[in-house]
Design a protein around this ligand. Sequence first.
Ligand code: KIV
Length: 266
Amino acid sequence: MNHKPVTLTALRRMKAEGRPIAMLTAYDASVAHHAEAAGADVLLVGDSLGMVVQGHPDTLPVTVDDIVYHARAVARGSRRALRVADMPFLSHADPAGALATAARLLKEGGAQMVKLEGGGQADVVGALADHGVPVCAHLGLQPQMVHKLGGYRVQGRDQEAAERMLADARELEAAGADLLILECVPRTLAARITAALDIPVIGIGAGAEVDGQVLVSHDVLGLTPGRPPRFAANFLRGADDIPAALADYVAAVRERRFPADEHGFD
Ligand code: KIV
């Protein structure tokens, strides 16, 4: 097993060499430990914790304090994987606010990169990049926009929306983003955006022709209450235990066994 810390350079090399990046959410030290031991390259302290850990109907109530608390636990449980922490709803509305949030996530939470949802944020991403904060952008379905969107829907299906998403992705990359997550995006559009960018593109419900995959660990372990999202898969089914399930997820991503056609959208 490789013990070298995962860096942005390593992720870019994986993209260049066509080696899929495996990313998972983690909210506590134990899952962080086992996800990393399973070989996950990137751990995301996502604001999805508002739903799967705190039991809210959406991610909007999550605070910076919440993310800092969980990021610290994840930092204690991992050493090698790159740790990304989400910027909660309205905590990155302007460059000054985003810098204040990032300072807390990196200095108190031990994160190494921040993630923010949405296009049209070149000023925010630029300010973070100028101050040495690695940024993961997030386009497609943005759960923080759920009330604006009227639900959790696939994004970029019509030509105009698809072109806007490609333009947003290019703009975020030019502003200094280091990684891009595409959530619930038609597979052909995700493949087009992935080919157009130099930075690695990680998909969730975005098909197989991206540079890596991310899933919510609760979905991978069959813990999420109710009907799982179509793009997720339960890797605990058929595994002996949780570490084996996490290892199977990572192997399935590496070997391009996951996602299958049924996990994507046209
Ligand atoms: O909050 C989160 O966990 C996320 C992932 C689903 C990408 O944004």
